[in-house]
Structures are given as structure tokens and as C-alpha cells.
Write a protein that binds this ligand. Structure first.
Ligand code: SAM
Length: 209
């Protein structure tokens, strides 16, 4: 390793096992999974090792995060298996994705992203995923959500307030509005799973083409 740019995101330490367990229950076979807003890249290398048949394609708009992802790939000895991260900002359409990944794409996942980005980013995520995924394929979201516009815990409420202080466009999203955006882009909610620490996983399934 020439430069060690690895970042360590504490939340990934806590949620990688339960997200990995959930992914294991989905009918994901060979092909590629595109991760949006990969952050440090810790999830990517863990899931790449967990699902060796799959090509895990990480992405992030921040250079510091892409450098971290590359360092994690290198550190874990996955250079021959895992592609380098893509520079994808969900709002910049269309996303530039190598054709080998696009052709073999079978799912898109975004972990803890849509509450630390503007609502337009969530809209773009659904719009572009709706174009890229085919009938029966999954878009998987993980993070905190409000149910009927209510926080499911006091800690989520405080977290939401702290997000809004950092950026007025950020905030914990209302599941109902997220799902409306999903159905506008030909996704149906296949499953909603309460995860540890007051988070949810939402499995959306593409149903159009
Ligand atoms: C809270 S971090 C989560 C990172 C990682 N998924 C995790 O769970 O550790 C949010 C990530 O979303 C990315 N992000 C923010 N705005 C984005 C956008 N417009 N398009 C794609 N990713 C974005 C950030 O760069 C950051 O890596």
C-alpha cells in the first residue's frame, strides 16, 4: 500500500453485520451491486468478501471518500475482484457507470445517505435507479425514517434536529413521502424491516421493464 487513506466510520462497525444478514436473505446471485454514497468503503469491502460471486461497485461524490474506498480495497487485497469507486453524485444525471457494471447490474443500495443530502437527491436516486434497474430488481435503502411523519424514537428526533442544524436541507425522511417517490418511479415496497438502533431497511422492487 502506497498511501493509507482509509477512513473509519463508527456506524459501519455497528450496522455491517445486520445489513449483511439482510442482504443474505435476498435472491442476489452473480452480477453487480451498485452502492451509492459509500462513504469510507468499509461496507463495500465487507460485503464484497461476504458475497464473492457479486461484483461490489462502490461510489461517492467526495474525493476523500473515494480515496478511502480505494485504500480499503487495497488493504483487504481485493484489487483484482472489486472495481475502483465511481464518482457518482446522485443529482448529476445520468450517472456514469462502466457498461460491464451496467449490464450485470442486479441491485442498487444506499446506506445512510438520503437524510444527509437534499430531498432532490432522494428524488434523483429513485429516478436514476428506476432507469437502471429492470423488472424484479431491488433498490435497498437503509437508515432512519419517520413513520406517519413521527419519529420512532427520541434519539431519532434529536438526530434529526442535529442534522437540520448542520444543513437546513438535511433531515430524517418520512417513509410515506419516500415511498411515494418510489412508486412514481416504478418501485413497489417489497419489505420494510426494523433494524437495530431505530433504523429501517426498505426493499423496493422494480416492476416496469
Ligand atoms: C452518512 S455518510 C454514509 C456513508 C456510508 N454509506 C455509511 O453508511 O457509512 C453519507 C454519504 O453520502 C454521500 N453523499 C452525500 N450527498 C450525496 C449525493 N448527492 N450523491 C451521492 N452521495 C452523496 C456522502 O459523501 C457520504 O459518503
Amino acid at each position: 500500500m502506497i498511501l493509507d487513506n482509509r477512513l473509519f466510520f463508527p456506524a459501519t462497525e455497528r450496522n455491517r453485520k445486520c445489513i449483511g444478514d439482510l442482504l443474505s436473505t435476498l435472491p442476489l446471485s452473480r452480477g453487480s451491486i451498485l452502492e451509492i454514497g459509500s462513504g469510507s468503503g468499509e461496507h463495500g469491502v465487507v460485503f464484497q468478501k461476504l458475497f464473492p460471486e457479486i461484483t461490489w461497485q462502490s461510489s461517492d461524490p467526495e474525493l476523500i471518500h473515494r480515496n478511502s474506498i480505494s485504500s480499503w480495497i487495497d488493504y483487504e487485497g481485493l484489487n483484482l475482484k472489486m472495481p475502483q469507486p465511481l464518482d457518482i453524485n446522485v443529482e448529476k444525471n445520468p450517472w456514469i457507470i462502466p457498461s460491464v457494471i451496467k449490464k450485470s447490474l442486479q441491485a442498487i443500495i444506499s446506506i445512510n445517505m438520503i437524510h444527509v443530502a437534499s430531498w432532490n437527491c432522494a428524488k434523483s436516486l429513485f429516478r436514476e435507479s428506476g432507469q437502471l434497474l429492470k423488472n424484479g430488481q431491488f433498490l435497498i435503502l437503509y437508515g432512519p425514517f419517520k413513520i406517519d411523519n413521527q419519529h420512532i424514537s427520541q434519539s431519532n428526533n434529536l438526530f434529526d434536529k442535529s442534522l437540520k442544524i448542520q444543513n437546513k436541507f438535511w433531515g430524517v425522511r418520512n417513509l410515506h413521502e419516500v415511498s411515494e417517490e418510489a412508486s412514481r418511479n416504478n418501485f413497489i415496497q417489497e419489505d420494510l424491516i426494523l433494524m437495530p438502533a431505530n433504523n429501517f431497511s426498505i426493499i423496493y422492487k422494480q416492476f416496469s421493464h
